[in-house]
Write a protein that binds this ligand. Sequence first.
Ligand code: CP
Ligand code: NVA
Length: 329
Amino acid sequence: MLDLLNYNAKTPFIHKHLLTLKDYSKQDIYYILSIALKLKQMKKINTPHQYLKDKTLGMIFQKSSTRTRVSFEVGIYQLGGTALFLSDRDIQLGRGETIEDTAKVLSRYLDGIMIRTYKQTDVEALAEYGTIPIINGLTDQFHPCQILADLMTIYEYKNTLNDLKLSYIGDGNNIANSLLIACSKLGIDIAIACPKAYKPSDEMMEYCRNHAVKNSSKILITEKPEYAIANADVVYTDVWASMGQEADYNRRINDFKGYTIGAKLFSLAKKDAIFLHCLPAHRGEEVTSDVIDGPQSVVFDQAENRLHAQKAVMTLLMSDTFKNKEVKI
Ligand code: CP
Ligand code: NVA
């Protein structure tokens, strides 16, 4: 029985950044979730938890956001710190200043940076040239903060992160990649259904298959949604055209015909399956209204958990109290 609220990390959490969940072990992920669950409880009963007093987080956005922007900004405020919203329309990065110079300059003012951008290599460059913690708030390749909130939500509903099957129906995108990494590390079975041309890359599959073997998780990639969803405990989807793929929208809508999660397809999952979507959703495309707005959908709890999971990430990476040691709260 996995008791995350009373989780004792056997290995210390020693990370400077959150660039991708590839860098994190199963124990690291459990530890983040345990802190997130405690911070959520503390917030609900108004227990002070100002672990980031006087700290400042810079939030660089090169793509739009509702949840990520608001949950990071509110999250650091609740932790006693401040956030700065840095749109690339306003900072010199958007006019061609290099990532290297941006990282060096911002490291002199800030205590951490959350960045949402296109290329994963840009996030890695910020980490390489800066001296402060860097948090990936979504790239074309990965969305680690989202997946931490997803795991937290699954744990809250299923009371476990073992012996579960997660079915993802849709594009083999940043969400699919990060889910694959997390499931293969945690021992969660994952079945992905997508058209052939939209599968996660061979490199990603090889990485995850190696972890899946070690952690007894099964990975299935299929073109048939009904195979992927059979007996699933968790059903997940995401938009068919991600940010930056708008020009490809019509082709994608056509290619994904038959991949909509409607009531009939959803009924093939377990009777008590939950439905997840990172949001924003396009009702009538990747999911019908009756599923996403139905009784088994937990998408708004999932969205709320972005706040708690990211507060845990910021606390662990940016707080002087927590840095590189296990702290009981
Ligand atoms: N799920 C998610 O990252 O939402 P936003 O794009 O609104 O931040
Ligand atoms: N795959 C989507 C996720 C949005 C949170 C995108 O990248 O636009």
